[in-house]
Design a binder for this molecule. Structure first.
Ligand SMILES: NC(=O)c1ccc[n+]([C@@H]2O[C@H](COP(=O)([O-])OP(=O)(O)OC[C@H]3O[C@@H](n4cnc5c(N)ncnc54)[C@H](OP(=O)(O)O)[C@@H]3O)[C@@H](O)[C@H]2O)c1
Length: 300
């Protein structure tokens, strides 16, 4: 089976390559030959390769910059997936599209279900939400699409919150981290396994992606960014990645202004997805520690 991975050099893309099942042949794209900004390159590449599946990890992911580069973010996150879907509608093949907890406004006080009403509060979330709609408008009725929403993605490579915190623990005596945004950290290896399982279950017709095309996948457990920052420091010190940790002060979002607003509560309800995919996930602390061990081993 042939699977194209877009955004293969990103956090999730790299984890997908590492966890690829043996029966799958992966083709990774580069921006030079597959650019989500270019309708022509999308059509040409997919028509030539004729994949069984495309996993679209390619995205404009800088949440704050998206407030300034709205056109660019919209082209990549909303129109890119639309063009991928149009080609697949014509030539066949399926799309596993990755989306985000930021499609919700964060006003819930219980985990978001896949069918809850979307209401993004920043432009990144808006562009991703339209991307989902475009994919499902074109491919849902022919059962050619799955959308997986995830949150707070962190991998052993790439620029993410955990890697930033390691650097800050090292460089600073004291850091301020927001404690009033609650979500579920997701280790990229866990999401990658869920993506491969979704493809397997969909191909074996165990999973009905016409009636339920949206899935939610995160690690188990919830946290604030403060909790994650604190845990990264404690684990890194215990396993010898760091000699010292910084003092972490919990602060409110209002005292840490950013260009893009963030939802206060964006926990995704993953129970239905775990049942559909017949797959479980670990607590985020457990998978985070495994990744931090990998970082330690790679640096030794
Ligand atoms: N990171 C999070 O916390 C988070 C949370 C929820 C959902 N998600 C979603 O999860 C998915 C994967 O995220 P990630 O953290 O792995 O992202 P990432 O590390 O930022 O990687 C994004 C990838 O997209 C590629 N890309 C950017 N512009 C492109 C274009 N015009 N054409 C083709 N490729 C392009 C990048 O290529 P270059 O490396 O060449 O620039 C990069 O490989 C995305 O859909 C994201 O929206 C992420």
């Amino acid at each position: 089976m042939k699977v194209i991975i877009t955004g293969a050099n990103g956090q999730l893309g790299r984890s997908l390559i590492k966890t690829k099942p043996e029966y799958i042949r992966v083709i990774t794209t580069k921006k030079q030959n597959f650019n989500l900004l270019s309708k022509e390159s999308i059509h040409k590449y997919i028509e030539k390769e004729k994949p069984d599946w495309i996993i679209n990890c390619g995205a404009y992911t800088n949440v704050d910059k998206a407030e300034e580069e709205k056109k660019l973010a919209y082209e990549i996150n909303a129109n890119g997936p639309k063009e991928i879907s149009r080609v697949l509608k014509n030539i066949g093949g399926n799309l596993l599209h990755i989306s985000t907890d930021f499609v919700f406004d964060g006003k819930n006080n219980e985990p978001y279900k896949t069918y809850n009403i979307k209401n993004p509060i920043n432009f990144y979330g808006y562009s991703k939400s339209i991307g989902e709609d475009n994919v499902l408008d074109i491919l849902k009725d022919s059962s050619q699409a799955i959308v997986i929403r995830t949150s707070w993605l962190m991998g052993p490579e790439g620029n993410n919150f955990a890697s930033k915190m390691i650097k800050l623990h090292l460089d600073k005596y004291e850091i301020n981290v927001v404690s009033d945004q609650i979500g579920s950290p997701t280790i990229s290896g866990s999401l990658a396994k869920a993506c491969w399982q979704a493809i397997r279950e969909s191909d074996s017709s165990n999973f009905n992606n016409k009636d339920n095309p949206i899935l939610h996948w995160t690690n188990n457990g919830i946290a604030s960014w403060y909790d994650v920052a604190f845990s990264v420091g404690e684990i890194c010190k215990r396993i010898g990645v760091l000699d010292k940790t910084a003092v972490i002060n919990p602060i409110k979002s209002i005292d840490y202004p950013t260009k893009a607003k963030r939802p206060h509560y964006s926990v995704l309800d993953t129970a239905a997805t775990k049942l559909s995919l017949n797959l479980s996930s670990n607590h985020w602390l457990f998978d985070l520690e495994k990744d931090l061990h990998k970082i330690k081993n790679e640096n030794n």
